[in-house]
Design a protein around this ligand. Structure first.
Ligand code: ADP
Ligand code: ZN
Length: 216
């Protein structure tokens, strides 16, 4: 799943992973777990994340490679959220997933003006990662409706880090759209509107593509 920060990748991937019963692999979530555990790696990762920088390719590729080794991905497939984010990572992904490769890349398209507004109001559960916003807060104060965890603003949702991440998206990640298109793997889905409508659009696009591939 490709898309700008705040496009709704996390929210939509959680829904799609339930719909298709495939593991949702989010590099951001995996890194946040490491940060919370306070390992040495976690402390290092936190420095990059708080600044809005990307982790070095070799490190993040190693993490994804290890995760894709697990049986669940072999049996059910997988939904990658937040990876690949650079052309180097995309090349590595093809290598890792040999010989079958990946089926599809989805570009969840939301314009910069819209994501800027969403990110400023975004709040997340520190325990389960559920997303909220200042307009759609949990039922009880800032206690997560799903797990009872504390709902806060992400440390990298400051103005400076947001700007940095969006710049890096344009420089490093946006070129992947052409990269996947050249390999006939890309569908574009409009990410503006109610989350339920966006989910329905995604399911339609993915199913259409799957039927088309089966028919070949
Ligand atoms: P966002 O999409 O809003 O930046 P994520 O939760 O996907 O949020 O990622 C948070 C941070 O984790 C990124 O800003 C970056 O520092 C790090 N990160 C996640 N995925 C990658 C990746 N594929 N390559 C390098 N760094 C990554
Ligand atoms: Zn929670």
């Amino acid at each position: 799943m490709l898309g700008r920060q705040g496009a709704g990748k996390g929210t939509q991937c959680v829904r799609l992973s339930r719909h298709y019963v495939v593991p949702h692999i989010s590099t951001g979530d995996m890194l946040r777990v490491a940060v919370k555990e306070g390992t040495e790696f976690g402390r290092k990762a936190q420095e990059y994340m708080d600044a809005g920088d990307l982790l070095p390719d070799d490190i993040i590729i190693g993490i994804v490679d290890e995760r894709l080794e697990k049986d669940d991905t072999r049996n059910r497939g997988f939904l990658l959220d937040g990876f690949p984010r650079t052309v180097t990572q995309a090349d590595a992904l093809l290598e890792i997933t040999q010989p079958q490769g990946i089926d599809l890349a989805v570009n969840l398209e939301v314009p910069t003006e819209v994501v800027l507004k969403r990110l400023a109001g975004r709040r997340v559960c520190t325990d389960c990662g559920a997303n909220y916003s200042v307009d759609e807060s949990p039922a009880h104060d800032w206690t997560c409706d799903v797990c009872g965890g504390e709902v806060v603003q992400r440390p990298d949702d400051t103005e400076g880090a947001i700007r940095r991440r969006l710049d890096l998206y344009e420089q490093e990640t946006a070129p992947l759209i052409a990269w996947f298109m050249a390999r006939d793997k890309l569908v574009v889905v409009d990410g503006v509107g109610h989350p339920d409508d966006v989910t329905a659009r995604l399911v339609r696009a993915i199913d259409r593509r799957r039927d088309h591939q089966r028919a070949r």
